[in-house]
Design a protein around this ligand. Structure first.
Ligand code: ADP
Ligand code: MG
Length: 650
């Protein structure tokens, strides 16, 4: 609506600007066509045209003036409105007989540039959400629901319920979030994550509505519907981000307020001084208006929004979803990052390496029992144990009464017996001591060890290895080069944490941290005087993400509902954390550069416009002022486009 309004006003004003320029006496003189084009009464025609531009094109600014004054917050709009009003009123008076020069064509181009600026600004803000909304439009409206007898029927996507089975044919868009229950395929999620490589998906894997199915037909079971789906959440997130204020924009608005004050006082002062020096009123008012026109911060209004637009486009394309702009802007000052270990620094794909029997049961019995319990857990360790048992051909049965013990393990009834799989920390808490050379040995190799208790008796230990991501090393090295301390926080045991910390040369680490203690650890690091970013992957991490100066949730593909994060990374790649840091610094640098470009010329141009160098024959004409302004605007626009972060892929 608003965008279309600015666009219409812009084009109409441009059309009206043509006669305003052609009729302008000054331009006719410049082009040497004064004699041919001049006709009697052309001044009134020019006035009519300029009035059209002033009232139609200038309307949003006049309305903005009214709103800003009503809110007692004079800013950009006030200044623009004031400048165009003074120029218009003065020029109109001249057109009807006052001695002096009219500023009509300057007024026209001034309004054109202002409208263009606001139009671009709005479009850029809407652009990000428009891209996402187009995703929604791309979502199929219908799905093939599989009936009990196996046949498929066409139903609207909105009528799907969790648990429904849906057939997705090759090449079709996946209609909704779900889990594959039949078939295997590759899925292109480029639209959602920026990852251009298709991802292999098989039975048990989650797929996201809106991504594109590859070569084979699959059947999925619906998991999330309506506003719970990934895409709906992302859209909601972007919408909120756009509402959150940019602090740098506030800075620009404050600068505009100062320019307003300066423009008004210098304008009035200029008039007063020239009158006092004995110049006539026309000369004085012309200087005053030139000052106002020149002080009008075209470029200032665009300086920040243009950078925001470019930066938003870059981040969205790279799977970095910014929920809170001011937190993103804070990222440039971050000097410590707390990484979550499992799934962020490491792959989060555990493989069983050793099973150690500690009681009466055999190693295979220990693994099979643990796997039965873990078959209902979502934890990466659990998946590793289940896969380990399956690889050995052990039979895994369904547990009863499964309960997770957050940060410690899980328990359930397996085959009538009370089974627990727990962390070393849990053993310590329950005063259970294990002395075993093999366990000590595997732990020292950086393997994760969990213990299996059957009817509260320690029966065995399972060692699992996770792989440190290749990307972690590069990301951490670059972050350290930026002067950021890198730390790790994990619920895993100390030897594992120490091993990873050594491998990755971390500055510090916290191990055996229970979910409810994570926020305290963040506070602890903050007490060292550091500005802390924290990455987390689960709902468990919510308090810590809130406590951190910048909360970064990773792996949005699995859980976007992390309300407490400021930034959500679609992939669980530590290089994306690095990318955020680079992008926020580069974005801020560009904003500052642009603010300098936008205000810098005022410092030179305002005194010149006021006539400070008049004695030396240097007097800035309103036209020259407008040209200067245009140059400054173009510089600001080009400079924003030049924002690039080589560290980002693509
Ligand atoms: P992380 O910080 O690595 O994400 P968590 O807080 O998820 O760790 O878990 C901490 C520890 O609790 C794990 O290292 C493991 O010892 C234990 N644990 C948690 N859930 C399970 C489970 N389902 N099976 C076995 N051990 C578990
Ligand atoms: Mg975790």
């Amino acid at each position: 609506m608003m965008v279309a309004d600015f666009r219409r006003r812009f084009w109409v004003s441009i059309a009206l600007t043509v006669p305003a320029v052609v009729l302008a006496e000054m331009i006719q003189h410049w082009l040497g066509v004064r004699e041919t084009l001049h006709f009697s009464g052309d001044g009134y025609v020019e006035w009519v045209v300029a009035s059209g531009i002033f009232f139609y094109g200038g309307w949003p600014f006049l309305k903005g003036l009214k709103n800003e004054l009503a809110d007692r917050q004079p800013g950009m709009m006030t200044l623009i409105a004031l400048a165009i009003t003074v120029a218009y009123v003065y020029s109109s008076a001249v057109a009807f007989g006052l001695a002096g020069n009219v500023f009509f064509w300057e007024l026209a181009t001034l309004i054109d540039v202002m409208l263009l600026g606001h139009w671009i600004e709005m479009r850029s803000v809407m652009g990000a959400s428009a891209a996402l909304e187009s995703l929604v439009r791309l979502m199929p409206a219908e799905a093939h629901r599989v009936r009990a007898d196996g046949s498929a029927e066409e139903v609207p996507v909105t009528s799907l319920r969790p648990g429904d089975r849906v057939l997705v044919k090759p090449g079709e868009k996946i209609p909704i979030d779900g889990v594959i229950i039949e078939g295997r395929t590759s899925v292109n999620q480029a639209m959602l994550t920026g990852e251009s490589k298709p991802v292999e998906k098989e039975v048990g894997d989650e797929v996201i509505g809106g991504s594109v199915n590859g070569e084979s037909a699959v059947v999925l079971e619906v998991r999330k519907t309506g506003d719970q789906t990934y895409l709906s959440q992302v859209i909601e997130m972007v919408r909120k981000a756009q509402e959150s204020r940019s602090r740098t924009q506030d800075l620009a608005n404050r600068a505009a307020l100062w320019l307003t004050i300066i423009a008004i006082s210098v304008g009035a002062g200029t008039l007063a001084v020239w009158l006092a020096l004995g110049k006539d009123f026309a000369f004085g008012i012309e200087r005053a208006v030139t000052v106002m026109v020149i002080a009008c911060p075209h470029a200032l209004g665009l300086a920040v929004p243009l950078v925001v637009a470019v930066s938003t486009a870059i981040s969205a394309k790279n799977g970095l979803l910014i929920r809170d702009r001011s937190a993103f802007e804070r990222s440039r000052n971050v000097n410590a990052i707390l990484f979550d270990k499992t799934g962020t620094l490491t792959e989060g794909r555990f493989g069983v390496t050793d099973v150690i029997a500690l009681g009466g049961a055999t190693a295979d019995e220990v693994l099979a029992t643990a796997a039965s319990l873990e078959s209902q857990s979502e934890h990466p360790i659990a998946q590793g144990i289940v896969n380990g048992a399956k690889e050995k051909g052990l039979s895994v049965s369904a547990p009863k009464d499964f309960t997770a013990i957050p940060g410690r393990g899980a328990h359930a009834i397996v085959g009538g017996r009370n089974v627990k799989v727990v962390s070393p920390g849990y053993l310590k808490e329950h005063a259970l001591v294990v002395e075993n050379a093999r366990i000590a040995e595997v732990a020292a190799q950086g393997k994760t060890v969990v213990y299996v208790l059957i009817d509260d008796k320690l029966e065995g230990a399972i060692a699992l290895a996770d792989i440190i991501r290749k990307e972690s090393r590069e990301a951490l090295r670059r972050l350290k080069e930026m002067g950021i301390q890198v730390m790790m926080i994990t619920g895993d045991a100390k030897p594992v944490a120490a091993w990873v910390a050594r491998e990755l040369e971390l500055d510090d680490y916290f191990s055996e941290v229970l979910p409810d203690q994570k926020a305290d650890k963040v506070k602890e690091v903050q007490k060292r005087g550091l500005i802390v970013a924290m990455t987390g992957d689960g709902v468990n991490d919510a308090p810590a993400l809130t406590q951190a100066d910048v909360g970064i949730a990773v792996g949005a593909g699995t859980d976007v509902a992390i309300e407490s994060a400021d930034i959500v990374l679609v992939r669980s790649d530590p290089r994306d954390v690095m990318a955020i840091m680079f992008l926020s610094r580069a974005t801020y640098r560009k904003m500052v550069q642009n603010l300098i470009w936008a205000t810098g010329y005022n410092v030179v141009a305002i005194p010149l416009a006021a006539g400070v160098l008049y004695k030396f024959g240097i007097l800035l004409s309103p036209a020259a002022g407008a040209a200067l302004m245009a140059v400054s605007t173009v510089i600001v626009a080009i400079n924003a486009r030049l924002l690039s972060v080589p560290e980002l892929r693509d």
